[in-house]
Design a protein around this ligand. Structure first.
Ligand code: EPU
Length: 340
């Protein structure tokens, strides 16, 4: 193996849930060219690590961890309609959002303060406060780990959906068969503020900002997030631990009749999105612990490690919460983070 591959590396500080685990092999990837040296089937099982902000380590990993640290961000092009911004997969997402706003290119403000890297963002189609990366995505480059060739993938080919993409459907995040190296975003010049999301609207209202600019929206989003979501540096967590479940319209109607106050978000495809945080709270798990892990007291959808937890303890709590929600509502919650 190339000399930049290290052996037996501790991962506890490399994921935001701070669970214990080691990687047998570990490569920090700062340039796409390094990936071409790690292709082929003689290399052990691979797994891609970004900022580790959406990852549950369930123990030691006997394969090769590719820690994506490809940097760089640039204005690739500009035309009458948009700015086109390209960034390396290892760039910090929030720093990219801040930088574009400082340059005077609005469009990413609703996605401020989301933890993680640029390369991971399209995999699960990060979204918050009424916007998804899909709405600003142009294309990405990835390395095919069989051939070493660079693939160019446009927006349509990504098949983005709520917290989903072709990359998840094809398991890129599980077997690292293809690895994202760069992402290009399209920021339209015809900018419109997106302030419809309840928490964001309330925050702007409270600050008495009627016609916010992009930087004010980013500041308001940051404020709401800081108030509701625990800082992983203080209280280890991986953000939302479950997807918001999608049910068909009839099931949504039945549940709403039985449970007044049930938040429901109709989707364009006719389905209804439910709020997993509400379901968990109503099932009695908000602020409740099981061993050293618990569901956060200010946002029941966030699983927190209160200190010294193992992957098995995280999984035990996730199962208990799923069972409680299933029993009370007949709704199945699916975990949002990736399990290694
Ligand atoms: N709710 C409760 N109790 C709770 C939490 C939420 O009743 O403990 C209710 C709220 O009152 C609200 C509804 O559930 O009526 C939705 O809550 P919120 O607006 O806080 O958003 P969410 O659906 O819980 C999603 C994303 C977040 C994203 C926010 C804002 C998912 C899985 N999570 O959370 O994403 O920041 O919306 O757009 O879609 C993440 O993925 O890690 C993440 C933090």
């Amino acid at each position: 193996m190339p000399d930049f591959v290290k052996r037996d590396v501790d991962l506890a500080k490399r994921t935001t849930l701070a669970l214990p685990g080691r990687a047998a092999f570990y490569a920090e990837i700062t340039a796409a060219g390094q990936l071409a040296r790690l292709t082929g089937s003689s290399v052990p099982r691979r797994f891609v690590l970004g900022a580790g902000s959406n990852l549950v380590l369930s123990g030691d990993f006997d394969g090769l961890l590719l820690h994506m640290a490809i940097g760089g961000r640039q204005l690739l092009a500009e035309d009458d309609d948009a700015w086109y911004v390209r960034a390396g997969a290892g760039e910090n997402w929030h720093q990219l959002v801040r930088w574009t706003l400082e340059q005077g290119w609005p469009g990413l403000e609703n996605l401020a303060l989301i933890p993680g890297t640029v390369g991971a963002a399209p995999i699960q189609n990060i979204g918050a406060y009424g916007l998804e990366i899909a709405d600003r995505f142009l294309s990405l480059e990835a390395c095919d780990m069989q051939s070493g060739k660079t693939l160019h993938i446009d927006r349509a080919a990504c098949r983005f959906a709520y917290r989903d993409s072709v990359f998840k459907q094809q398991g890129w995040h599980l077997d690292a068969g293809r690895v994202v190296t760069h992402v290009t975003l399209r920021l339209p010049k015809a900018w419109q503020p997106l302030t419809g999301y309840a928490d964001l609207a309330a925050e702007l209202d409270q600050q008495q900002i009627a016609n916010p600019n992009a930087r004010q929206i980013a500041a308001a989003v940051t404020h709401v997030r800081r108030r509701k979501l625990p800082d992983p540096a203080v209280l280890p967590n991986a953000g939302s631990f479950f997807h918001n479940p999608l049910v068909d319209a009839a099931a949504g109607e039945r549940l709403a009749n039985r449970f007044p106050g049930l938040p429901r978000y109709p989707q364009v495809d006719g389905r209804v999105k439910l709020a997993a945080g509400w379901l968990i709270e109503q099932s009695g798990w908000k602020g409740r612990n099981l061993g050293p892990v618990g569901m956060y007291e200010k946002q029941a959808l966030v699983l927190v490690n209160r200190g010294g937890a193992s992957g098995a303890e995280v999984i035990a709590l996730a199962k208990a919460v799923q069972a409680a929600v299933r029993e009370r509502f007949g709704v199945e919650l699916t975990p949002e983070p990736v399990f290694l």
